[in-house]
Design a protein. Structure first.
Length: 471
């Protein structure tokens, strides 16, 4: 009887202790949740650590503390470049350790797997993050949010095809998931499926009209498809949603490309007045006036271009601004100033390839043949080989002529040979090459070239005169 009483008493004490421990455990967890809600991660971690001390075999304590460490890592990394590989972070390491322990204690709990995916994603470990999210999906395939995270990990890891598969599943569950349609548009874009990308982005904007990123991508896609009116509509909406100098400038340039010159100048002029510290508004305004002045040229338009670009280069010494200013000076027949400005433009990084092209023009006008030649060579190196055969031959012929003017006949021969690869390798060009060959000491080669020229045009006086010189 005594033994039974002792047993009953011991059971009661154990039950009371267990209940008290459970109550204290829940209180610590609730206290930690409250601290986490106000971003007090230190207090949260302290409370969750106390809960773990009470119940070391409870998954919840490790899950909660892992989440708190994850939150601390997020706060510590705020403002960090998202493309920079993160350095070792004790909070991240602790979060990984706790979340792994939570999965060990309860392998069927999906939440720790999601948080492990989040931690790995924050560390740019996209493949590992995708594995964790996939493990979650295998336990619960009805979460559009985690399917979206899985797709984002695939997309960030340059696997857009896998991202499309996950996003289709997410949208099948929630067909109003605007972010999923936006990401789907990006995945389709990267797999060269423009029509599908367009439909996904349009759906995203329809579901979430205030989603700036989706409208930006849609405007860019409309531009690539040549749908200028639709692009302008998106840019106008973006200006209304998120006003600023870059938005206004983009809209002004879109008006210009659509041939709406007055609207372009008005929009860009307002941007320059409203945001005087934003030099690019003046750059864009100068570009529009300069392009309008280019064909004629028109003195009034050119004067306005020079005024805007002078204002621009006072605050913006980018290669683009200097190139446009140099072009305007060149058009106004101030070749000396143009050469100086365009030389500066070629020295700014990233260099505008057009700076080299127009520097060649300015230098050639001033008789600086070697500088003009080097500028053209640099221009071609940046822009790549011309695809049109005739233009490629004309470019080579220009370089050959500049080489002769610079006193480099051997270099001229090389360029004349390339010029002759195009159609219309006529006698005058052959005569120029023969002259270059002769000046470089290759008399036999010059004679053979002259004979070829005479076969093309037997009465060419320059060819016959050069042949007499060789003999």
């Amino acid at each position: 009887m005594l033994t039974l009483a002792v047993l009953v008493c011991a059971t009661a004490i154990y039950g009371y202790s267990a209940a008290r421990r459970e109550r204290t455990f829940r209180q610590l967890v609730d206290r930690g949740d409250a601290a986490l809600a106000r971003d007090d991660t230190f207090s949260a971690i302290e409370s969750f650590s106390g809960a773990i001390t009470l119940k070391e075999d409870a998954m919840l304590g490790y899950l909660k503390r892992g989440e708190a460490y994850r939150r601390r890592q997020q706060l510590d990394s705020a403002g960090r470049d998202p493309h920079q590989v993160p350095k070792f972070d004790p909070a991240t390491d602790a979060a990984m350790r706790d979340l792994l322990r939570a999965t060990e204690l309860d392998p069927l709990a999906p939440r720790p797997l999601e948080l492990l995916g989040d931690v790995n994603y924050s560390m740019l470990r996209y493949e590992r993050a995708a594995e964790r999210y996939q493990s979650y999906i295998e336990l619960d395939d009805r979460s559009p949010k985690v399917l979206y995270k899985l797709a984002l990990a695939h997309y960030s890891g340059r696997r857009p095809g896998a991202g499309i598969t996950a996003l289709k599943k997410a949208i099948a569950i929630d067909d109003r998931f605007a972010e999923a349609f936006y990401l789907l548009g990006l995945c389709y874009r990267d797999t060269q499926r423009r029509d599908d990308s367009l439909r996904a982005l349009e759906t995203s904007v329809r579901l979430a009209p205030a989603m700036v990123q989706a409208r930006e991508e849609l405007a860019d896609l409309y531009g690539r498809l040549g749908r200028i009116d639709d692009r302008i509509a998106q840019l106008e909406a973006l200006l209304g949603l998120n006003p600023g100098p870059s938005r206004q400038v983009a809209l002004g340039l879109a008006y210009w490309r659509d041939g709406q010159f007055d609207r372009a100048v008005t929009t860009l002029g307002h941007a320059a007045e409203r945001y005087p510290d934003n030099a690019y508004a003046y750059v864009a305004l100068g570009r529009v006036w300069l392009e309008r002045a280019q064909p004629r040229p028109d003195r009034v338009d050119l004067s306005k271009a020079l005024g805007a670009l002078q204002e621009a280069v006072g605050n913006d010494d980018s290669s683009e601004a200097l190139t446009l200013f140099g072009r305007a000076l060149l058009l106004s027949q101030d070749a000396e100033a143009a050469e100086t400005v365009l030389q500066q433009a070629t020295e700014r990084l990233p260099a505008d390839p057009q700076a080299f092209y127009y520097l060649a023009d300015a230098a050639e006008r001033r008789g600086h043949a070697d500088r003009a030649r080097r500028a053209l060579v640099d221009y071609r190196a940046l822009e790549g080989e011309e695809s049109d055969v005739r233009r490629r031959a004309a470019f080579a012929g220009r370089l050959a002529n500049l080489s002769m003017q610079a006193g480099d006949p051997a270099g001229a021969v090389t360029w004349y040979q390339r010029a002759l690869e195009g159609p219309g390798g006529d006698a005058p060009l052959l005569v120029k090459m023969a002259d270059a060959q002769l000046r470089s000491g290759a008399a036999d080669a010059a004679r053979a070239t002259i004979e070829k020229a005479l076969e093309t045009d037997p009465f060419n006086r320059d060819a016959r005169a050069l042949l007499r010189r060789i003999k």
